[in-house]
Design a protein around this ligand. Structure first.
Ligand code: ADP
Ligand code: MG
Length: 723
């Protein structure tokens, strides 16, 4: 009750955060990657032939030779033991969106009372965790509880420090007995492979004889909130749902814009230093950090890495942030919308493709030849995003992200592409080239000879677009702060595989027929921009007119999760993922089912919490205040003084509303609605959410009326402005 809140305020004031000195004994270059079984470590510790073989897998995309596994395992174990590891863990990424680990001791009893450190190749390559408690969307019968983890050689193993003992962590895929994906990593690797293969076909057409293994790159920008833990613990809604289900807007909102890029509070800076130190040891290239728009909101952006490594690092980053925040007396909130009326948090996924030799294939370059190649990759993105916008939308669909998308702080739910003036203009010209092709080659043909020199930095930025070209990459801004980057990356890779495949096939056929290559490129570019140019939008995505214009362009506006999830099981979507061996139809159905399940669970928890907090915390506080006022009125009357009953009336009205709203919510909670997952989800959306809103509206009104010393929940003002 109120005692908890008032105590929290006192505790916050008395709290002294731990000091952190980044420069203690070493410079970052000395400890960067010190806990990673990196290329350098492998080169030092592995026999030459083994090292070469492993590198062929990591960099060349070759299948891992099982014969080298024992040698790698043994070197890895020795290295880990030197780093103080006592256990090893296969780390995997189940469909809960969290990270899971199964720990095993290195030490096997020998039978004579001693133990020997053992770690065989087969233990490195494969594990068998019980899978029965992870969501599988109908993929696995409960009697086949077994799941298999398999080493992802391309994502480095690392030692995770813990005061109670260190652990060697091995990033793995997680699949069912039948080889179907139960995780987020498997499809990412599959989709990367599909996209890479078709990108290589295009590169060959452009004269790269051996383009090397092409991968996707991902640079995730992570937004988050920090709140003092004393307040966090006094808010059962934050604690259990990750967001506040109650709370009136503070008198001082973010309208002053004084937080964005402002000086970072000292306590927060200490936390950031500490996290970056940990991230560096794990080889995670944390780079940019700054305040975000809302008070208490911040951002970290590590340097981009190949997709699967970035995804693993991103998960590790989130865990590290949570742990270190606690150490500094704070809670790190990754929820997309912890505070209503305050800016939410996203996770921008910066995407490009390429490899170490060629760099990003989305760099315009400054020679016409490279420009043509760049335009082809760019056109592939345009086609992919237009054709499969529904899948992109579905890849970021969640109950929590619904609070953010389209709320004038994040891109709208309409998926469009921002190209910037320069590039948009070039594609305009390309489109016209086709329209007036009768005019003949010379003037209208935008073949490789006449292409303009493109600047690497287009100069302009558009923060309202969900999918924006930013000079050498595309930035997908719709993903939520709590999501893994895997879902969006899987989708982008797969739809890119489809577009690159289409372009490569078209060009190969044209060349085989004897068409001039430049002309064939011109034709395919013109075709794509004509068919898919509707997705290019350089205007203000927050404006009221955009949804209307988008509709006239035939672009979908899938506002909520339940509008978006069915995109996963359309015939087109299932055929696409099946064709590129990313998901079979059963796997697609399982993702859809899990999406619904998570939605139902999330809203169910929130609704029950709203009911509980409203009934046991807010209503009693309001009633106490009402009683106090009533007693005051009675006492005044008894004393023969004129009693003003305005305040009593003022508090009584919202109490009545709150009681009614709680009754409605309890009624809605008493049944599930519908008889399948979609039915239950619709019930959550159509009945629980509005019922929760009604409870909150009455409670928030009471917050402005009830005496402060009686109010039970830490207020927005307290939580947001304390750091
Ligand atoms: P901004 O705020 O302008 O979007 P940030 O510096 O916050 O820029 O984040 C940019 C992110 O994009 C970083 O993670 C960065 O490493 C990443 N990035 C840069 N170049 C590429 C690229 N070629 N491919 C993928 N990601 C990239
Ligand atoms: Mg950005």
């Amino acid at each position: 009750g109120n005692a908890v809140r008032l105590q929290a305020i006192q505790d916050v004031e008395a709290y002294v955060p731990p000091a952190f000195d980044f420069s203690v004994s070493q410079t970052p270059s000395e400890f960067f990657g010190e806990n990673v079984f990196s290329k350098v470590v492998m080169q030092k510790r592995l026999p030459k032939s083994v090292f070469k073989s492993v590198m062929a897998t990591i960099e060349g995309g070759k299948k891992l030779d099982p014969a080298v596994a024992d040698a790698v395992a043994s070197a890895m174990k020795d290295w880990a033991l030197e780093k103080g590891a006592t256990h090893y863990a296969h780390v995997f990424y189940p469909l809960t969106g969290f990270t899971a680990e199964k720990h095993d001791s290195f030490f096997d009893p020998t039978g004579d009372g001693t133990a020997l450190a053992e770690f065989a190749g087969k233990t490195l390559i494969q594990g068998e965790p019980d899978a029965s408690s992870f969501p599988n969307g109908g993929l696995r019968n409960t009697f086949e509880a077994r799941g298999y983890t398999g080493w992802d050689v391309t994502s480095p193993a690392y030692v995770l420090e813990n005061p109670n003992g260190n652990t060697l962590c091995i990033p793995t895929v997680f699949v069912s007995m039948t080889g179907e994906a139960l995780d987020h990593k498997t499809p990412l690797l599959r989709s990367q492979q599909a996209m890479g293969g078709h990108a290589e076909r295009i590169l060959k057409l452009f004269g790269h004889e051996k383009p090397g293994n092409i991968v996707s790159f991902c640079g995730p920008e992570q937004e988050y909130f920090l709140v003092d833990r004393h307040f966090f613990l006094a808010r059962p809604d934050l604690l259990n749902a990750g967001r506040t289900l109650f709370g009136a807007k503070p008198p001082k909102g973010q309208e002053f814009d004084d937080h964005y890029f402002g000086a970072i509070p000292e306590r927060v800076l200490g936390f950031m230093m500490d996290t970056e130190h940990e991230l560096f040891k794990l080889g995670i290239p944390a780079k940019t950090r700054h305040n975000e728009v809302a008070p208490g909101q911040f951002e970290i952006a590590p340097m981009f890495e190949r997709g699967n490594v970035a995804a693993d690092h991103q998960q590790l980053l989130m865990t590290t942030f949570k742990t270190i925040a606690k150490k500094h007396g704070m809670e790190c909130l990754f929820h997309e919308k912890p505070f209503e009326g305050v800016n939410g948090s996203g996770k921008h996924v910066n995407f490009s493709l390429g490899n170490a030799d060629l760099g990003s294939l989305l760099v315009p370059g400054d020679t016409p030849h490279e420009n043509a190649q760049f335009l082809v990759f760019c056109a592939a993105v345009i086609r992919a995003v237009h054709k499969y916008s529904g899948l992109l939308r579905a890849s970021v669909a969640s109950a929590t992200n619904d609070h953010r998308l389209g709320a004038n702080e994040a891109p709208p739910a309409i998926i469009s592409i921002f190209l910037g003036d320069q590039l948009a203009d070039i594609f305009d010209q390309i489109a016209k080239g086709a329209a007036t092709s009768s005019k003949g080659k010379g003037t209208m043909m935008i073949g490789v000879d006449t292409l303009p020199i493109l600047p690497t930095d287009p100069g302009d930025r558009n923060r309202t677009s969900p999918f924006a070209f930013t000079g050498n990459r595309f930035e997908f801004r719709a993903p939520g702060s709590m999501q893994t980057v895997n879902g969006p990356m899987v989708t982008i890779n797969t739809i890119m595989a489809d577009s690159l495949d289409y372009i490569a096939t078209t060009l190969e056929a044209a060349v085989a027929e004897g068409t001039d290559f430049d002309e064939a490129v011109q034709n395919v570019l013109t075709q794509i921009i004509t068919d898919h140019g509707a997705v290019v939008f350089n205007g203000d995505g927050y404006s009221d007119t955009w949804p209307i214009e988008a509709e006239s362009r035939g672009l979908a506006n899938l506002r909520t999760t339940l509008d978006a999830l069915p995109e996963l099981i359309t015939q087109d979507a299932m055929d696409l993922f099946d064709k590129y061996n990313v998901f079979n139809n059963r796997e697609m159905h399982s993702r859809y089912e899990i999406g619904l399940e998570q939605y139902i669970l999330t809203i169910g928890v929130e609704a029950r919490l709203t009911s509980e907090i409203g009934t046991t915390s807010v209503l009693p506080a309001a009633v106490r205040y009402q009683t106090e006022l009533a007693q005051n009125v009675a006492a005044l009357k008894a004393a023969g003084v004129d009693a003003d009953t305005t305040a009593l009336t003022e508090v009584t009205a919202p109490i009545t509303t709150l009681r009614a709203a709680l009754a409605t919510l309890k009624g809605a909670l008493a049944h599930e609605g519908g008889d399948d997952a979609l039915g239950h989800a619709k019930h959550a959306q159509e009945e629980l959410l509005p019922a929760m809103d009604a409870v909150r509206a009455a409670a928030d009104e009471l917050e402005g009326i009830v005496a402060d010393d009686l109010w039970p929940l830490p207020t927005y003002q307290e939580m947001l402005y304390v750091l």
